[in-house]
Design a protein around this ligand. Sequence first.
Ligand code: NAP
Length: 302
Amino acid sequence: MMENVIIVGSGPAGLTAALYTAREGLNPLVISGMAFGGQLQLTTVVENFPAFPDGIPGPDLVMRIRNQAQKFGARFIDEDLTGIEADGDPFKVMVNEKEYESRSIIIATGASAKWLGLDSEQRLIGRGVSSCATCDGPLYRNKKVAVVGGGDTAMEDSLFLSKFAREVIIIHRRDKFRASKILQSRVMSTSNIKIRWNSIVDEVIGSEFVKGIRIKDTVNGTLDEIQIDGLFVAIGHAPNTSFLKGKLKLDEKGYIITRDEVFTDIPGIFVAGDVADKRYRQAITAAASGAKAALEVRAFLM
Ligand code: NAP
């Protein structure tokens, strides 16, 4: 069977593309992946998605969009994509041993936050460990939090968190930030942001929820424990594009190079969401680009 459109990915971008293409009667097939829902699965309450004044848990938000898309006929395969043929006519998408042919594809595989890689960090994700200050920051009103990283994201996250938290401690592995000067100077002039230079997080402390962190000095190796209520890891994101190497144009960090936000260099292959967006990375902007990609698929198939 020849599909009209296969959507790869199931965060807000892929699901909104599914909703739009389903309502167009295109009967989309979504390869949603084993980790259905993307980064929203890792967030607690989303308070900045319009229409939810009381906030909505990230996993509930993606499930609602999925149900909405399903209602209009979107079909889902909850497995990971194992390969893609982007040069053929038709395009081919492989999922384990099965091959699916399609007239068009929307790639919405998102990006993944980079983590420190500590077992204790992984165990406490969603229980005080977060990679999304915009999503989870307001939950830390009058609390003490730490942010790991020295780039623009770490600075922006710290500034955002400083509006809610009693104290924000930036943990950075060197004695210099790589962030833009303007963000650095804002951080330096914010009274409730403190900086621990030459430091890495060695262990996240807490059984059910984060209670503190153990910090190691990168110069002299000394260990130190500090009590915190939340740990924000802001050491960068990596787009989920390894399966596209040599097939689509990617930039040096692996993001898909697009034209007018949703077009790739191959007619019929479109892009939505964080897989091509290193700037905004919000659920609402991803959903919006999913809608745009879907509208371009409609135009392409006409
Ligand atoms: P980034 O610039 O790659 O910075 C990552 C930071 O995390 C670096 O300071 C790095 O330390 C640190 N780091 C990396 N791996 C680490 C590890 N395993 N343990 C401890 N620290 C680690 O990433 P980003 O801040 O997310 O920014 C990504 C891009 O988006 C940049 O181009 C940035 O300019 C852009 N951005 C722009 C804005 C804005 O313009 N408003 C906002 C956000 C992001 P080192 O410095 O020692 O390498």
